[in-house]
Design a protein around this ligand. Structure first.
Ligand code: GDP
Ligand code: ZN
Length: 319
């Protein structure tokens, strides 16, 4: 747990700002480098100074006592890998992750599966957003993705441009979910955030991870409350989540479409569902209950994850 000495600047929504920092529990709703904005359980919001590398992130629950801010243990952590391979923590205590895809640009091979596995491994519930449903070509994608994923995760076909389907997503968040969107550049994450939280006003189509853009040069991220309920972190530059440290074990446990707990149905607890005897997953394929292309997608990712684990092991031996 890290403690910071806060310099208070509080602004109750309607009353005059108070210089005094209240005691109590709160949550970090914005991060600006050396200050964080804390929303207290009372609804009061305060800017609190923290050390530059405090490690606090949006979504962190904190306890403020005698002007000292203490971070409480996290339920979940959401990480991303940037274009240079660095790993960043972008949010704490989220419970859902929306994987955003579109017909143009289409999802890269394996992207959805890896994002689902990574979300589940992090203790988050993934759901799928198929954006740009105003485009005629989207019908095929929606049909294919619904067939492959509807049994495993919720699927929301929608259009950030026309607002079609947005109410279903709002209703999902209104159930009390706190989440973030992930997806490759150009699928419409900024557009979707703007449509759901009109106060954000992200620049569409211009955000760039290397240069930053608009407010994101100063504000790392913000947790927005949705009008109908639920909360969203604005992370529009969040592209290749899903590729962060998936282990073979996580892949074999969480791959979508294998049922609730495949490992318990296989003879070996650490079954990789490849050629092991008594494998419940190969049995599903043989019975035609698991489509061959889904199984092939799994084996392809398994090869990659095994290769990167072997690489990491050999680096470890050398180092
Ligand atoms: P991001 O990179 O994921 O944040 O994507 P943007 O929100 O910047 O959108 C990328 C491009 O897709 C922009 O030209 C948007 O106008 C366009 N776009 C976003 N949502 C939709 C949609 O629902 N329908 C259509 N047709 N275009 C969209
Ligand atoms: Zn198996």
């Amino acid at each position: 747990m890290s403690k910071s000495s806060p310099k208070a600047a509080c602004a109750p929504a309607s009353k005059a700002p108070s210089a005094h920092l209240p005691d109590g529990e709160g949550i970090i709703i914005a991060h600006h480098g050396i200050t964080v904005e804390v929303r207290f359980s009372s609804g009061e919001r305060c800017m609190v100074r923290v050390k530059r590398r405090s490690g606090h992130v949006v979504g962190d629950a904190v306890l403020v006592k005698d002007e000292v801010l203490e971070r409480l243990p996290r339920r979940t952590e959401l990480r991303r890998r940037d274009a240079m391979g660095g790993v960043h923590l972008v949010g704490a205590n989220l419970d859902v992750v929306g994987i955003v895809v579109s017909p143009a640009p289409p999802p890269p091979n394996g992207f959805i599966d890896q994002a689902i596995v990574a979300a589940r491994a992090a203790g988050l519930e993934p759901f799928l957003v198929v954006n740009k449903c105003d485009l005629e070509v989207s019908a095929d994608l929606v049909a294919a993705l619904s067939a492959a994923y509807a049994d495993s995760v919720e699927v929301f076909p929608l259009s950030a441009s026309t607002a079609a389907g947005l109410d279903e997503l709002r209703a999902f968040f209104a159930g009390g979910h706190r989440g973030a969107f992930v997806g490759t550049t150009g699928v419409g994450k900024s557009s979707l955030l703007n449509a759901l939280c009109p106060e954000i006003d992200l620049q569409v189509g211009t955000l760039n991870e290397h240069t930053g853009g608009g407010r994101h040069t100063t504000t790392v991220s913000t947790l927005h409350s949705l009008a109908a309920g639920g909360e969203l972190i604005d992370t529009p530059g969040f592209n290749d989540f899903g590729l962060v440290d998936i282990s073979v074990q996580e892949l074999s446990h969480y791959f979508p479409g294998f049922g609730q707990s495949p490992a318990e149905n296989c003879r070996f607890r650490n079954c990789r569902h490849r050629t092991e005897p008594g494998c419940a997953v190969s049995a599903l394929v043989a019975q035609g209950k698991l489509p061959a292309d889904r199984y092939a997608a799994y084996l392809e990712i398994l090869d990659e994850v095994e290769a990167s684990e072997a690489q990491a092991r050999s680096r470890g031996r050398k180092g």
